[in-house]
Design a protein around this ligand. Structure first.
Ligand SMILES: Cc1cc2nc3c(=O)[nH]c(=O)nc-3n(C[C@H](O)[C@H](O)[C@H](O)COP(=O)(O)OP(=O)(O)OC[C@H]3O[C@@H](n4cnc5c(N)ncnc54)[C@H](O)[C@@H]3O)c2cc1C
Length: 415
């Protein structure tokens, strides 16, 4: 085999670049293989109007912090791409773009690893899989029963309202993606139906500070799954940076003509069957706001940190909409369904015993039981911040130290 590297990083997103930074810092040679361009998912799997969910001051990768003029503002998708692109240049990351890794397995001899790529095989002592926390779109099986004339698109394929056929749009899923897309459609004057799901609301700002600032103060971003096992099943926070950032309460969408629906249960012909659970979902969203504000109040009380007083929030208006259990797509004029229903991992190309029965990586802070194989950038790799831009650097540093001590050990005694 002609090509060989000490370490190959698969994936040239923020995680792969942070890994490269730390390996270079320790003087360890490596290469990044990226099937598209650097930051490809921010470029081609996010909609045009997407805004970064956390304030600009929180944008940082190891060795590079936000240095623009609007620290409390929110970055556009292009600004995030620009930040990542500048980072790649600043750290002189050895990225090879347009190279897809199609399999990872043991090599014929010794304890090295073999990668098959679209540009030929490569051998490596170490491989860091940094292919993203959100990979394959999840589209529920219900989608197969939808009439063929209805356009279906996952949130990762949605770009802007202008690309959709005329008519009303059904958005399925009320997480951060679903709600940003609903607002994009409202702004374009579209009639929107929103099939809500479990969501966890946060006030954008509370007692004079952004929610992300409070999350850092509370130490919430540094919690591990061992400390908070129940967090694995929790939906991601429902926050937005659109329009300078604002609170999201699904009830408010009704003022813009959005029809709020419960969970989508099934489709028969052109009729949607829906659960009668909007009120329950909204109540759970309200509870998450209350849990957060109580935690902040208690923190202010015990730490004495200076904070503004907050006007007593008015209790949320009850959901008074009619409970819709059936909806005819044709009668409602719905021509598009957008699935904002999340992602799963796509690691079937890894032919090593590092995945469990569900195809999820088995690891301890990214270090697997298979010597030289590592994961980076996954949700809860170590803490809540592991899969977000400002958090991936710490885990990358940890893995780089592990790799450096591994390669320093005599061959045959490498962990
Ligand atoms: C809609 C959405 C909005 C988000 N908004 C925010 C936000 O506001 N703030 C925040 O901090 N986080 C946000 N995130 C979470 C996270 O920061 C992003 O998902 C980010 O893209 C993760 O970076 P990454 O480098 O870990 O993975 P990715 O950006 O997914 O990069 C992985 C790279 O690997 C490449 N790749 C994959 N497979 C292969 C292969 N076999 N061979 C070669 N290359 C391969 C891909 O092309 C890709 O470029 C958001 C996520 C989503 C889905």
């Amino acid at each position: 085999m002609s090509e060989r590297h000490e370490t190959v990083i698969v994936g040239g997103g923020q995680a792969g670049l942070a890994m490269s930074h730390h390996l270079s810092r320790l003087g360890r040679p490596h290469v990044i293989l990226e099937r598209g361009r650097v930051g490809e998912r921010w470029r081609s799997e996010r909609w045009d109007s997407l805004m970064f969910q956390f304030p600009n001051w929180s944008i940082r990768l190891p060795g590079q912090a936000y240095d623009g003029g609007d620290p409390d503002g929110f970055a556009t998708r292009d600004e995030v791409i620009g930040f990542i692109e500048r980072y790649r240049e600043a750290i002189r990351a050895p990225v090879r773009t347009g190279v897809c890794v199609t399999s990872l397995g043991p090599s014929g001899g010794g304890d090295s690893l073999r990668l098959d790529t679209t540009h030929g095989p490569i051998e490596a002592d170490n491989v860091v899989v940094a292919t993203g926390p959100y990979q394959e779109p999840i589209v529920p099986t219900t989608s197969r029963a939808l009439p063929s004339e209805v356009l279906q698109v996952h949130s990762s394929g949605y770009r802007n309202p202008g690309r959709l056929p005329a008519g009303a749009v059904l958005v399925v899923g009320s997480g951060a993606s679903g709600c940003q897309i609903v607002e994009d459609l409202i702004a374009a004057g579209r009639r929107v139906y929103l099939s809500a799901g479990r969501h966890r609301r946060y006030p954008r700002r509370y007692r004079g500070r952004d929610m992300f600032w409070w999350m850092e103060q509370l130490g919430a971003l540094d919690q591990t799954l061992e400390e908070r096992p129940e967090a694995r099943e929790r939906p991601n926070p429902l926050v937005t940076g659109v329009g300078g950032g604002h609170d999201i309460d699904l009830r408010c969408y009704r003022d813009d003509g959005v029809v709020l629906l419960g969970h989508l249960r099934g489709v028969i012909g052109s009729r949607l069957h829906l659960a009668d659970d909007v009120e329950t979902l909204l109540a759970a969203g309200d509870e998450s706001v209350a849990v957060f504000t109580r935690a902040v109040d208690a923190y202010i009380e015990r730490s004495g940190v200076g904070a503004q007083a907050e006007p007593t929030p008015s209790s949320p208006a009850p959901f008074e909409g009619p409970s819709i259990r059936e909806l005819d797509l044709e009668e409602a004029g719905i021509t598009t369904v957008i699935w904002a229903t999340g992602f799963r991992r796509d690691l079937g190309w890894i032919r090593l015993p590092v995945l469990d029965d569900r195809g999820e990586p088995v690891h301890r802070r990214g270090v697997t039981g298979c010597p030289g194989v590592y994961f980076l950038g996954l949700p809860w790799l170590h803490t809540l911040r592991s899969s977000v831009l400002c958090g991936v650097g710490d885990d990358a540093g940890h893995l780089a130290e592990h790799i450096a001590s591994r390669v320093a050990a005599p061959a045959g005694r490498r962990a």
